[in-house]
Design a binder for this molecule. Structure first.
Ligand code: CA
Length: 433
């Protein structure tokens, strides 16, 4: 274990700071139960599972919003995105300098840069399309991917040179990929594999440079459009439902990608100096008669303040420091990733964070709750939610406090048994909070 700490002591003696690398692997719209470590039966995810097995599986890992944009703004800043008005998905409009994380809020790359980190975002940005919000103008040193909230998976569809050519909604899914500032021509391949290869290249380059790095690998899989290559589809011929079959193939492509990336981290000898987080940006969408995602026992899905919208598959590893095979049941949130790396890198931040450094909780040094309470708000709907210990209160929409419901997640994680009538004081207190 303590190799890292011994290294830390040696470096401290020479007044050199050991700065661990950070890899965040974010998937898009993946259901709580759509990973093996949460009990998925029909889609094997051995490589994703290996992160949980080598480190920690969080049973109650949350994101700060039930859809993409605000959830990512929270993750990248370590602050509730409502604090800076990021309350909906940003407009995809390169002429709009407002849609994005405000310039006076620091994202994770901007915070780590002064500490000597080199940062990459590979995949989906979705944090503004105006030049001022371009990843390379927001602290990142490398960008490979696309600016909008989703993308087609086959390069044959990349017919537009730029967002300025978009004339109708969703056409931004058809733009050519971007490498740093340049649009690039890719003729073949499958987007998830292409992103994986870019991530592996980045880690190999950084390993050669011996410089601390942060990699934000933001796969847009398994978000729609449901598109998968034959290589992955043929693994799931036994799944009858067509949508679930394609979705399974998309998840499997991500899993292969995680395998390639983690193999690179291991082969380059970086495992003990690299924190790796895996999570989804929100719960699985429950569309159609037969939803193709599975949030397990959790109620509802993407868009909802019920558990199915905000509790996600969530795991991390840090070999040699965080014990392997741990199951952590106290609530944690995506906002904690920033707080954790900021403290380890001794980075300073201009505004107070809402997340906490998780490491003392995972090593057992601190046996308390990382958070006394967690909050969610959907400003556009009047929705609010709060979790305190095992109690969860929420109101999906509207201004009527009577809509507020209260659940004890310790025996009712499906949020079926409203306890508000029996506990009016607790409900009142939570609404006030
Ligand atoms: Ca999403």
């Amino acid at each position: 274990m303590k190799k890292y700490f011994i290294l830390l002591i040696i470096l401290n003696v020479f007044n050199i700071q050991a700065k661990p690398n950070l890899i965040i692997i974010l998937t898009d719209d993946q259901g709580y139960k759509d990973v093996g470590f949460n009990g998925c039966q029909d889609i094997p995810t051995p490589y994703i599972d290996s992160i949980a097995e080598s480190g920690v599986k969080f049973t109650d890992g949350y994101v700060s919003y039930p859809v993409c944009g605000p959830s990512r703004a929270g993750l990248l800043t370590g602050r509730y995105q409502d604090r800076f008005g990021f309350t909906t998905n940003p407009t995809i409009d390169p002429t709009n300098p407002i849609a994005g994380i405000p310039l006076d809020e620091k994202n994770i790359a901007e915070v780590l840069k002064p500490k000597g980190y080199s940062s990459a975002i590979i995949g989906k940005w979705h944090m503004g399309t105006h030049e001022v919000h371009h990843p390379l103008n927001r602290g990142f040193d490398h960008f490979f991917g696309f600016l909008s909230g989703g993308h087609n998976f086959f390069p044959a569809n990349y017919t537009l040179n730029d967002l300025s050519e978009v004339t109708r909604k969703w056409q931004w899914y058809n733009t050519k990929l971007i490498h740093d500032h340049e649009r690039i021509d890719i003729k073949e391949g499958y987007l998830t594999d292409i992103l994986t290869d870019a991530a592996v290249d980045f880690v190999n380059k950084k390993a050669d440079e011996e410089k601390p790095f942060m990699l934000y690998l933001a796969y847009n899989a398994p978000h729609t459009p449901l598109q998968a290559s034959e290589k992955y589809l043929k693994r799931f011929t036994h799944i009858k439902d067509k949508n679930r079959r394609i979705y399974a193939a998309m998840v499997s492509a991500v899993d292969d990608g995680v395998g390639k990336l983690m193999t690179t981290v291991r082969n380059r000898g970086l495992e003990e100096q690299t924190l790796v987080f895996f999570l989804s940006d929100n719960g699985g969408p429950l569309k159609g008669k037969i939803p193709f995602t599975d949030n397990g026992p959790l109620q509802k899905g993407k868009g909802s303040l019920h558990e199915g919208g905000i509790r996600v598959p969530f795991a991390m590893q840090w070999k040699g420091t965080v014990p392997s095979g741990k199951v952590y049941k106290k609530p944690v949130i995506s906002l904690d990733i920033m707080a954790t790396i900021a403290e380890l890198a001794k980075a300073s931040i201009n505004k107070p964070l809402d997340g906490v450094n998780l490491i003392p909780y995972l090593t057992g040094e601190n046996e308390g709750y990382p958070h006394e309470q967690l909050f969610w708000r959907k400003l556009t709907h009047g929705g609010i939610a709060l979790r305190r210990g095992n109690m969860k209160g929420l109101k999906e929409k509207g201004s009527n406090k009577a809509e507020f419901t209260l659940y004890d997640l310790s025996n009712d994680q499906s949020e079926r048994n409203d306890l508000k009538t029996q506990n009016p004081e607790t409900a009142h207190e939570m609404i006030q909070a």
